[in-house]
Design a protein around this ligand. Sequence first.
Ligand code: NAD
Length: 368
Amino acid sequence: MVFDILAKTGHEQVVYCHNRDAGLKAIIAIHNTVLGPALGGLRMWPYKTEQDALNDVLRLSRGMTYKAAVSGLNLGGGKGVIIGDPTKDKSEALFRAFGRFVNSLNGRYITAEDVGIDVNDMEWVLKETEFVTGVHQVHGGSGDPSPFTAYGTMQGLMAALSFKFGDEDIGKYSYAVQGIGHVGMEFVKLLREQGAKVFVTDINKDSVQRAVDEFGCEAVGLDDIYDVDADVYSPSALGGTVNHNTIPRFKFKVICGAANNQLATEDCGDEVERRGILYAPDYAVNAGGLMNVSLEIDGYNIERARRMMRTIYHNLGKIFTISQRDGIPTYRAADRMAEERIDTIGKIRLPQMGNTGTRFLGRMRGLG
Ligand code: NAD
């Protein structure tokens, strides 16, 4: 039954990781390594069933393949999930046991943080394997990627404004930002620095208050965000908020934000296109975090990181051009751009796995 699913999703490898003493039940999914080793975060979540965990890791790892490919990175897509409650089930043994499984893949999969995981957990993983990114700066890591994701989102936003309105004057437009967490708070700060009108909402009232007091944003209710008369909707919390219930309420002209999986279903992408709303594909817009951790492979450098983030502007420009050229919605154009790159570069790289892993090993050895 798993192979039937894999035949549809195209995954290369799925590894079930079990250690009874450590209480580890994890799955690592490697979707595609044509462009390079599969890099993707580790999520810890109390999945109700093993099937839920499998579905999640397959969906997320495939997403990483597309994100890396469209962003011009020499990386493939992978992801790990641990079945467990991050508030109760964490231990040194758990993460070290997971690290040993990562190590056994010898660089085909490089792990990082995701939901439910923090830098301290990653330090246990680092004790067992060098194939870890997103660790603390003292270990040669790049720290919290969120500010870079926000900065990258600004680059995507400029490309979207330019395509839709013919200028990139961020301060001229108004924004409805849903979710002001790690990425969202930095994003609204950057918007306000440009003088933009910014509406915010969050389930966390303290965050809303901070955005109002510190940055001069205007607070709106949780559900009211979809009715705000703003130029840009910026989902920065959960996925699936562009759906058949919310779309008819939109007065927005552009959708551009950091959240993953913004479209509830693909036909929502068709629907926003029909309504003349420009959707900036999420995985191209929010690639700043992935770009940032990817630089740990060669030895991290903040100047290189900022330069790399700016490529998000050009990537979005290419996606919009493909969408116009081929007469397809932007979400399909992003997929097409990613698939074309995997196909083209794959033809010249197939005999070897790519040099990224080798350089990664060199960097980690350098750490002593
Ligand atoms: P976070 O948990 O720090 O922030 C999310 C915020 O959304 C929280 O403040 C939370 O209270 C709020 N929220 C949750 N449900 C809400 C709702 N229904 N309405 C309004 N607010 C709600 O997460 P983050 O790291 O800022 O990530 C935000 C989004 O961006 C996620 O979808 C994440 O997958 C995506 N993303 C993050 C990064 C990164 O570098 N952190 C990179 C790529 C993509």
